[in-house]
Every structure is written in C-alpha cells, then in structure tokens.
Write a protein that binds this ligand. Structure first.
Ligand code: NDP
Ligand code: 2IT
Length: 447
C-alpha cells in the first residue's frame, strides 16, 4: 500500500490483533483496493473512516454449557460480532464448527457488512457462532446445544437490532431450534432470524439462494467479460453443503456440467456429471460422508483429500466450502488446466497468494462478497415478507434474486472500469461497498 494513513491503520490493527490472521487478511484485501482511491477522498482520513469501519461496533462472547446424551457437562464458546449497523440492523449467519474463533467471526462479520451493502436492502453486518462440532451429535444434542446457545444470545437479538441466519453447520434444522427457543424466551413472534423453513414463516428460495445467486452472477460475468455462458462448461465445486448443492443444481439447469464435488474428507469425480439428487440424499437427509456416493452412482469415483479436487480439469471452479481452501498450490493446478474463471461461493476461500496468481494469469475472479450475496439478499426478502404479513411465490423471489445478482455484477464491473481496473471484480466490489459505507458513516456523524 502506498498511502501513509492506510499503512498506519493497518499496522495498528496488526499490533492490536496479532493472532487474528483471518480478520487481518480480510481487512488487507479491502485496504489494498482502497489504496488507489484514498487520495481522492481527504475526508476519509479527516474523519478516520478506516479505523471506524474496520473495528466492529461490538463483540459479544459467552460460555455455552450443555448436557450431552450421556449427561456429560460440555462447554463451548459462543460469539456474536456486531460489526456495523450503519445501514440497518446487524445481519449475518451463525456458524457451528470447531474452527470457529473470534478472528474467523470478525473476518466474516466485516465481509458481511460490505456484502450486505450491495443488496440495496437496509441491512448492517454481523456474524456469530460457536466452536461446537455438530458432527456425530444426535438430534437431541443439536437441539440442546441450540437452546443453550440461544439462552445467552437472545439478549442481543431482535428484528430491529440483530437478525442471524445460517452458515456452516447451521441449516434449517438448527435455525428452527434456535428460533423456536428465541420465541419461547421472548414470548414474541418476530422476524428475528432468517433461513427458517417455510412452515414456520421462512421464505421460498432462501435455501437455494446463495448457490443459485452464484450461478446467476457467474453467467452475468461470463456474458459481459468473456462473451460466453455456463452452457457446455465443465464445473468443479468444493463442498457439498447448502451453497455447493444449490450452485450445482443451477449450474446444471443453465447448461453446465458439474464433474466434481467434495466434502471435508475427499472428493468425487464424475466425468458424466454429478448426480445432484444423490448428493442431497447423502448430505441433507443422511448427513453422511461423500465417500458413499458410488453406492448411488457407480460411475462416480471417490478420492481422499478435498484439496486434490482442484487437479480435475475443468473450465470453471467454484470454491463453496470454507475460508482459505484454495491456496497458491491449488491455483497452480487450475492454471495448468487453463481454467477460465474462479467464482467464490464461500467466504474468502481463496488465499491472498492464490488471488494474486489468478490476477497475474489474467483469470476472471469473482469475489465471494459479491458472488455469494444471494443468500443474504433472500434473507432480506424473508424479513420484508414477514413485515408485510405476506409470503411471495418462488418465481417472484427467484426473479428478484437473478435481477439483483446481475445488478451487483454490473455495479462492481462499472466501478472497476471507472478506476481503470477493468475486469478486476475484487477491486470493484471493495471500492463500491467501501465508498457506500463511508458515505453512510459521514452522514451519521461521530457515533
Ligand atoms: P454447510 O455446513 O452446509 O456445508 C459446508 C460444506 O463444506 C460441507 O460439505 C463440508 O464437508 C465442506 N467442507 C468443509 N471444509 C472443507 C474443506 N476443507 N474442503 C472441502 N470441503 C469442506 O455450509 P454452507 O454451504 O452454508 O457454507 C459454505 C460456505 O459458504 C461458507 O464459507 C459460508 O460462510 C458461505 N456462505 C454461506 C451462505 C449460506 O446462506 N449458507 C451464504 C453465503 C456464504 P463436511 O460435510 O465433511 O463437513
Ligand atoms: O455469509 C453469508 O452471507 C451468510 N451466511 C448468510 C447470512 C444471512 O443473514 O442470510
């Protein structure tokens, strides 16, 4: 970075949070982009916008104590990072995974703030979760944990305050348990959580939204920048959870062929195309490992080690699992195979080295903050439907999702072009959302 104010701020964050590497990584991404425009905006330094925008408004951390099926007393750590309420109530998912730390949630909450600003809906940014590991737990243990977690968190939520949803390890089942207990504790039926099943006031398309939105974004970018589309393209997708499954479904609908998918143990390779319904049965119904896939489709081959999936020759790669899963080595495999595009369904799945290598090789890169915004967009539409005491059709919501993903693409593409960074969507998204949030901050004075 060239700008002295940015460097001073980043050094201070590094000193203050030396162990929070994911958080620092997410901040760095944005600062590097803003470096090119900061000299045009002396008001940012004058009002100390960088320090105020990078530091979360509030970090809540608590102990979660619960009893497992054998009556062992278990303890986990729970958090909610309320990053920014600049343009609306804190909004963002909850993650249950053993890798959850304050640093991971701070990076996610920061990125959520930028992402939510793209949706044009009045949503701030937040993220929460726990280092609880849902793997191998009984349904009763999941419910018990969700209730213990909510007993602490409910104080800080509310439809006009903070509205969580799902993320890794938190799907419709967990959202249902969390929301049911929130209602019990508050004696209020409000839209204080999204991602609910349709039977309890959720929205159609929310389950599909992130994956579908990703495919819409990819198609928009391919059309504008490469004069092509998903049709006839071979696609590899990491993960086989909520985002990955519905990305695969929409890629197929749009004429692409998904030839590999993974989970945390390994990946399946199917030259003729992955049977997405089989993946749903394995992951959504049975909560099983992807190594059982060949039982459903004998043509699919399972291989150990999810990182090896990046060696599969494809046109488009969609990392849809977790942060920093696509590193420099993986990107080298993609480049060797002449990959056309990488689009992030997960949050920050590509390492900084990986992104640099993609850029050096002129490979189209769609950052998660924009490409996976469909999930939170439809969460916003879930809140809108509740507020109207109404529920909209699948077609209506899907149409809005597609249109908004195309608008987001266009806005960040135009921003990049305006600043002579044509086709650099990472630059475009960072500058577009940063500028919007800086303006909102200046409007509200020093608070
Ligand atoms: P899920 O819990 O539904 O699925 C996560 C999937 O990733 C699982 O299949 C898991 O495998 C797999 N996985 C975990 N680690 C690895 C790894 N190292 N390599 C390959 N696969 C791995 O989570 P989501 O689909 O909801 O979330 C995925 C990503 O998308 C996250 O980054 C999340 O923040 C982001 N996201 C989610 C949104 C949402 O609405 N849910 C919205 C926007 C972004 P296993 O089954 O073995 O654990
Ligand atoms: O990362 C994300 O955008 C999400 N996990 C969805 C957040 C939401 O509030 O729907």
């Amino acid at each position: 970075m060239k700008n002295a104010y940015l460097n001073k701020q980043y050094d201070a964050f590094k000193k203050r949070y030396p162990n929070e590497k994911e958080y620092l990584q997410a901040l760095h991404h944005v600062l590097v982009s803003v470096d090119d425009i900061i000299d045009d905006h002396p008001e940012y330094e004058k009002r100390n916008i960088i320090e105020r925008l990078l530091e979360p408004e509030r970090v809540i951390s608590f102990r979660v104590t619960w009893l497992d099926d054998n009556n062992n007393v278990c303890v986990n750590r729970g958090y909610r990072v309320q990053h920014s309420s600049l343009i609306g109530p804190y909004k963002g998912g909850l993650r249950f995974h053993p890798s959850v730390t304050q640093s991971v949630l701070k990076f996610l909450a920061f990125e959520q703030t930028l992402k939510n600003s793209l949706t044009r809906l009045p949503m701030g940014g937040g993220k929460g979760g726990s280092d609880f590991d849902p793997k191998g737990k009984s349904d009763r243990e999941i419910m018990t944990f969700c209730q213990a977690f909510m007993r602490e968190l409910f104080h800080h939520l509310g439809e006009d305050v903070d509205v969580p949803a799902g993320d890794i390890g938190v799907g419709q089942r967990e959202v249902g348990y969390l929301y049911g207990y929130y209602k019990k504790l508050t004696n209020q039926v409000t839209s204080s959580m999204t991602g609910k099943d349709i039977s309890i006031g959720g929205s159609l398309v929310r389950k599909e939204a992130t994956g579908y939105g990703l495919a819409y974004f990819v198609n928009a970018a391919l059309k504008k920048i490469k004069d092509t589309s998903l049709k006839g393209k071979d696609v590899i997708i990491s993960g086989s959870g909520n985002v990955a499954v519905y990305a695969a479904e929409k890629v197929k609908e749009l004429g692409g062929k998904v030839i590999a998918m993974s989970d945390s143990t390994g990946y399946i390779h199917c030259e003729d195309g992955v049977d997405i319904e089989a993946i749903k049965v394995i992951k959504e119904e049975k909560r099983d490992c992807i190594d059982t896939y060949p039982q459903y489709d004998a043509k699919g081959k399972y291989h150990k080690g999810p990182e090896n999936m990046w060696k599969v020759n494809a046109d488009i790669a969609l990392p849809c699992a977790t942060q920093n899963e696509l590193n420099e080595d993986a990107v080298k495999y993609l480049i060797d195979n002449d990959i056309m595009m990488v689009a992030e369904g997960a949050n920050m799945p590509t390492t900084e080295d990986g992104i640099a290598l993609l850029r050096d090789n002129n490979i189209l890169f769609a950052p998660g903050k924009a490409a996976n915004a469909g999930g939170v967009l439809v969460s916003g539409l879930e809140i809108a439907q509740s507020a109207q005491f109404d529920s909209w059709s699948f077609e209506k919501i899907n149409k809005r999702l597609k249109a908004m993903m195309e608008t987001i693409f266009q806005e960040i593409y135009d921003t990049a072009k305006t600043y002579d960074h044509e086709n650099d969507l990472q630059f475009g998204v960072n500058v577009f959302s940063f500028t919007k949030l800086a303006k909102a901050m200046i409007q509200q004075g020093v608070v």
